[in-house]
Design a protein around this ligand. Structure first.
Ligand SMILES: Cc1ncc(COP(=O)(O)O)c(C=O)c1O
Length: 409
């Protein structure tokens, strides 16, 4: 039984989080809004896109100002100030998560996914297993398989309406000796868990016992809601671990222009990564990435706090609405990330009927859970970083669509 949140009113200035008029003219170029993609996946463009994990809001004005200054110079010489970038990321993490990071212990990479692809090749052998915890961000599987490695699945369990790690299965899989890497999603996309310190400690104890490297993707680290506390793998003093501190992609809406940042206190691991990225000349940023990242982490705090309050309000509204109006749908309350995960089994619809309900009646483009390795076609993910009024209208349409639909299973 989900307890209602008390503050699901819109308590922040929705003006700031309304897409600017300029966006409408170019929105067809955004993958999230691309009409060809929508037609291909959902069979219609008449849907609100809640699939790709991009936000629908204008970014923080200090970042826009930094970009404007950069453009006004009319000069794009080689430029990457990694010292200031790493110092800014460290200061941000100290302030937000009380996490002590040494600026010299970072390695810059082009992006989070390319970092994962590189780490898989650097630290595992062909055919070796890489463990993931499904349902999980679908690109993990693609990267593992395209590197010729084997996916080892430590499926998450649902206990009291919440996803948890199956530690017995985790240990069993590691004990077989064919897992070379654990690829953790922390916080977890799509189920919205923010792994607790004790869960991560338990995981680490087992990994240590079998000498397995942990790689922790922490790109959603800052989007953590009241009542939950983010723990970085970098704080656990496990020398056989690499943390992808991430980038300002998800928290500051910079998916198109951000880099990735790997962190490890272990110098031998760092040297291996540095050598690989240098060998491919991938070890630096560019002017856009550098200026955007510094502006975000040095001057973006007020905007980010307002953004977090806004999306937490949206989360609370959705959870309250579902509990009151559509209790037959299971809503997994996200502790972090702007993703919410639903189980529509209680509607007793066929997979085809459910898809029609969501796309044609509710006009919502949600991501099918099967993309994330979920076998049951009743699961869907929604990215709720959209204007609250739009989200509310979508859920009213969903409620109406459900009232009009006839279960045929
Ligand atoms: C867990 C996770 N990792 C990585 C990414 C993508 O990172 P990047 O665009 O920097 O490669 C996403 C995007 O949604 C994500 O959810």
């Amino acid at each position: 039984m989900i307890k209602p949140f008390k503050n699901s009113k819109n308590i922040v200035n929705s003006q700031v989080f309304t897409p600017s008029p300029g966006r409408q003219d170019i929105s067809d170029k955004f993958i999230k809004h691309d009409s060809n993609m929508l037609n291909q996946i959902y069979g219609t463009t008449d849907v609100k896109p809640y699939w790709i994990a991009d936000m629908d809001f204008p970014i923080a004005s200090p970042i826009t100002q930094a970009m404007q200054q950069l453009v006004s110079r009319e000069t794009y010489s080689y430029e990457f100030d990694s010292t200031t970038v790493f110092e800014s990321i460290s200061a941000w993490n100290k302030d937000r998560h009380n996490l002590e990071l040494t600026p010299e212990h970072f390695v810059q990479v082009p992006g989070v996914l390319s970092a994962i692809a590189m780490l898989i090749r650097d630290f595992t052998q062909e055919g070796e297993g890489v463990l993931i915890q499904t349902p999980v961000y679908h690109q993990f599987r693609r990267l593992i398989e395209s590197a010729g490695r084997t996916v080892v699945d430590n499926t998450l369990k649902i206990e009291n309406g919440r996803y948890v790690i199956d530690f017995n299965d985790f240990e069993q899989k590691l004990s077989r000796g064919n897992v070379g890497m654990v690829l953790l999603c922390n916080p977890h996309n799509p189920v919205g868990r923010v792994w607790s310190k004790s869960e991560l400690q338990q995981l680490t104890t087992i990994a240590k016992k079998y000498h397995v490297l942990i790689v922790s993707d922490e790109v959603h680290a800052d989007i953590v809601f009241e009542g939950s506390q983010f723990t970085s793998m970098a704080s656990l003093a496990y020398e056989n671990s690499l943390t992808i501190i991430g980038s300002p992609a998800k928290n500051f809406g910079l998916n198109s222009i951000s880099n990735g940042y790997i962190y490890s206190d272990n110098p031998s691991l760092r040297e291996i990564i540095k050598a690989t990225s240098a060998s491919m000349s991938l070890d630096h940023g560019n002017a856009f990435t550098t200026h955007a990242t510094i502006a975000a982490y040095q001057h973006g705090k007020d905007w980010f706090d307002a953004f977090l309050t806004y999306t937490q309000t949206t989360r609370n509204w959705i959870v309250d609405f579902m509990a009151a109006e559509l209790p037959q749908v299971i809503t997994f309350v996200p502790e972090g990330t702007n993703q919410i995960w639903f189980d529509f089994t209680g509607l007793n619809l066929t997979a085809g009927q459910l898809k029609t309900l969501l796309t044609k009646q509710a006009k919502m483009a949600l991501t099918p859970g099967t993309w994330f390795g979920e076998k049951d076609e009743n699961f869907y993910r929604m990215n709720f970083a959209s204007p609250l009024e739009q989200v509310q209208a979508s859920f009213e349409q969903l409620k109406k669509g459900i009232a009009d639909s006839k279960p045929a299973k």
